[in-house]
Design a protein around this ligand. Structure first.
Ligand SMILES: [Zn+2]
Length: 333
């Protein structure tokens, strides 16, 4: 999908300082080496060149960014950003950009650089699935950087209303930009242009766990569908199954609920959604043990292909309305 790319900004001051530091470091190493009778393990030319290329990546803001989906053709492209043990998903059609969640606190620079590299100037929709920091952590920085259309969030029961600074900062940022929160209403449908639609499916009930306030949505383009459930857990999944027929939940791609935890993605839910591909958004060696062994086994038993951001890096899945093409950061490296 051709997209306008902005030129990256060059940080001349850091570039100059880094080159000076590198030259000084080389000089000191050479002096030390001479003083020690040339016994130091000096870096090879290849190592120096790898370091310089990494340095340029850092300075150009391209470090750690998955390649643009140049090798994936499609009118609907879904990027599952590798933001560690957290969610951040960019959905692009030829007309609109949608962001579901924005990682943990501290990854705003990475997310903004990634969105910038994909030609994003406006986020037509931002969905904050729920108020945990691994979903809204860097959302304020994203709102500061891009034009924003609508922000969709669910109602939170008073008994579990978060008081975290991250959540309060987000509400302040939304208000200070003159934006309003659009409440997630099950059944509400948003056109993403080119025939693609995003439908809100939940939450359907008031639950007593913040994970279960997650906004669930389904994106459909032609014959392909993607289902995103935030951190929704078993009771919520069961309610979705009760409320909707299979045709409203079926998806080719399922973003595994709650980072692949065994509290989500239960057998009945997987059987009804019937995905071909599942994506687990997880940090390497995360302390929760996500994705859990039970989830991996349930996926394997059903022949569902799993992509996981801790092993694959950023995962990009494109649809032309009939077929899906997957590209991963690690595969491209
Ligand atoms: Zn989470």
């Amino acid at each position: 999908m051709p997209r306008k790319k902005k030129s990256p900004k060059i940080h001349w001051k850091q570039l100059l300082l880094s080159v000076v530091a590198l030259v000084l470091a080389c000089f000191i190493l050479l002096l030390l080496n001479q003083a020690m009778g040339e016994q130091l393990p000096l870096p090879t030319a290849r190592e120096v060149s790898a370091y310089l290329s990494g340095l340029l990546d850092e300075l150009y803001g391209t470090a750690g960014i998955a390649p643009a989906p140049a090798d994936v053709e499609g009118e609907l492209v879904v990027h599952f950003l590798d933001v560690g043990q957290a969610d951040c998903i960019l959905i692009q059609t030829e007309e609109q950009n949608v962001l579901i969640d924005a990682g943990e606190t501290g990854c705003g620079e990475f997310i903004n650089a990634y969105l910038d590299a994909q030609g994003v100037e406006t986020l037509d929709l931002i969905i904050a699935t729920h108020a945990h920091a691994d979903h809204i952590g860097s959302m304020s920085e994203v709102i500061e950087q891009f034009n924003v259309g609508k922000i969709i969030m669910s109602d939170i029961p008073a008994a579990i209303m978060p008081t975290s600074r991250t959540y309060e900062t987000l509400l302040d940022t939304i208000a200070s930009h003159g934006l309003h929160i659009t409440r997630a209403v099950p059944g509400a449908e948003y056109s993403l242009g080119g025939g693609a639609t995003l439908t809100i499916l939940g939450p359907l009930e008031e639950y007593n766990d913040l994970n279960d306030t997650s906004v669930t949505c389904r994106v459909v383009y032609g014959e392909n569908a993607f289902l995103f459930t935030g951190d929704a857990e078993q009771e919520y999944e069961a309610d979705l199954l009760k409320r909707y027929p299979k045709s409203r939940l079926a998806a080719d791609v399922l973003k595994l609920g709650h980072h692949g935890s065994n509290t989500s993605s239960h057998a009945d839910f997987l059987d009804t959604v019937g995905p071909e591909i599942a994506v687990a958004m997880v940090g390497l060696d995360n302390s929760y043990g996500h994705p859990h062994a039970e989830t991996l086994q349930a996926l394997a038993e059903r022949g569902i292909t799993l992509y996981r951001t801790d092993e694959d890096g950023t995962v990009v899945i494109a649809s032309d309305g009939e077929t899906l093409t997957v590209s991963t950061e690690k595969q491209a490296a």
